[in-house]
Design a protein around this ligand. Structure first.
Ligand code: CAA
Length: 248
């Protein structure tokens, strides 16, 4: 039995491109994988498709922008399966647009879903991790939280905020066996990136020294490593995976 076999990993926004790759990789690693979703119809179809591929993944509803909804989900997971040992704060949305035209709703939606969610989920799992003397919090940020991107003042603010959170919480729980890290992917071949107009997307790809979009599984392997016992000395870090698009 591997060391990871009994650990429960919760991935928020799991039915998207990055989330799906993470679920598969961590399942292959031997974790009990729990996938959070917001759209039930999509999630059930997603779960059934993964089942056909041999992945047995539990799905739990929560609106990650809502603190109580996250609390209910995490309590239900604890009652049904056990306490979460690895939390991947992956849920995120975009509502791109030049700031001078940005509505309050588009600001608020992105901050709530991408940043408040990190508090909403982490707050409900952290004390069990501390009690257990083991935990992993992995926050999926973005290259556009490390630098600016035209049209993403809401998204960049939320993603930069995630790493501020990472740095402080990492310090607070470092001596409790809990690590807290940020991963900042660049442009990965997900629906979110494919939704950017082709002409603009091609201009962006031209700025990536590796010369292509990243693969979802490339991010999943990094999550897998950070979740493992081998990564116990990595905490408070912001790991870039962007094909050289942003080096600093
Ligand atoms: N740089 C400088 N100026 C720009 C610009 C750019 N990249 N893009 C547009 N402009 C200018 C326009 O020329 C225009 O100028 P004028 O007013 O002088 O004519 C002005 O800015 C406004 O342009 P638009 O009316 O087109 O602006 P908009 O509000 O409709 O927004 C946009 C345009 C939708 C944001 C578009 O620029 C875009 O899609 N940009 C890419 C955003 C992006 O990279 N999103 C990433 C999504 S994936 C993701 O987020 C995952 C991840 O983590 C990486």
């Amino acid at each position: 039995m591997s060391a990871t076999e009994k650990k429960i990993v919760l991935i928020t926004g799991a039915t998207g491109g990055l989330g799906t790759a993470m679920c598969k990789k961590l399942y292959d690693d031997g974790y009990i994988v729990v996938a959070n979703y917001r759209n039930e119809e999509k999630a059930k179809e997603w779960q059934a498709n993964l089942k056909k591929e041999g992945y047995d993944i539990a799905i739990y509803y929560a609106d990650v922008a809502d603190f109580d909804s996250c609390g209910k989900m995490i309590q239900q997971i604890a009652d049904d399966i056990g306490h979460v040992g690895v939390l991947v704060n992956n849920a995120g949305i975009t509502k791109d647009g030049a700031f001078r035209k940005m509505s309050y709703e588009n600001w608020k939606a992105v901050i709530s879903t991408n940043l408040d969610s990190v508090f909403n989920c982490t707050r409900h799992v952290i004390n069990y991790m501390i009690e257990n003397g083991f935990g992993r919090i992995i926050n999926i940020s973005s290259v556009n939280g490390q630098r600016g991107q035209f049209g993403q003042s809401n998204y960049s603010a939320a993603k930069a905020g995630m790493h501020g959170f990472t740095k402080t919480l990492a310090m607070e729980v470092a001596n409790k066996g809990v690590t807290v890290n940020t991963i900042s992917p660049g442009y990965i071949g997900t629906d979110m990136v494919m939704a950017v107009k082709e002409e603009i997307r091609n201009q962006i790809i031209a700025q990536i020294p590796v010369g292509r979009l990243g693969g979802t599984e490339e991010v999943a392997y990094l999550v897998s490593f950070l979740a493992s016992e081998h990564a116990s000395f990595i905490t408070g870090a912001n790991l870039s995976i962007n094909g050289g698009q942003h080096v600093y």
